[in-house]
Design a protein around this ligand. Structure first.
Ligand code: HEC
Length: 124
């Protein structure tokens, strides 16, 4: 029997890895189904898909801006954003630069544009 246990051991290790691999595939599929059926209840904007940029913007706003600018844009630790005197460029510049005590670079790219569109839409 010298040396013989080596093969069963390798086979067990292989089966273990295969099981982990299969379970992770199952996990990914379940996650995908849940995201497809129910976008709500998940506040992580990056994992959600929105057809409408305003909806993405609202989700980004709630996650990143509402704590300082108020859930209804009426202000709080930061100034109100419902005054209607901000352009999309102003809002994106504020996000990039972080005026005063506002942290810079909270969001960028598509999310920054979407949140600017959301703020403008709320001001219409
Ligand atoms: C930690 C609190 C905080 C968060 C979070 C925050 N802000 Fe601000 N924001 C401020 C403060 C404070 C100011 C005012 C800075 C100053 O001019 O002194 C400000 C200013 C602004 C301005 C310029 C307003 C004006 O009238 O000059 C805009 C636009 C803005 N924020 C948008 C956003 C957006 C969009 C987000 C989310 C991506 C966000 N802020 C997140 C605190 C915050």
């Amino acid at each position: 029997m010298k040396g013989a246990p080596l093969i069963p051991f390798a086979a067990t290790a292989f089966l273990g890895l295969l099981l982990v691999f299969l379970l992770s595939l199952v996990g990914l599929n379940v996650g995908g189904d849940m995201a497809g059926e129910n976008g709500e209840g998940n506040n992580n904007a990056e994992e959600q898909e929105f057809d409408d940029p305003i909806e993405l913007g609202e989700s980004v706003y709630e996650g990143n801006c509402a704590s300082c600018h108020g859930g209804d844009l009426s202000g709080g630790a930061g100034p109100a954003l419902d005054g209607g005197d901000h352009s999309a460029e102003d809002i994106i510049a504020a996000i990039e630069e972080g005026p005063g005590s506002m942290p810079a670079g909270l969001v960028d790219g598509e999310e920054a544009e979407a949140v600017a569109e959301f703020i403008l839409a709320e001001n219409e």
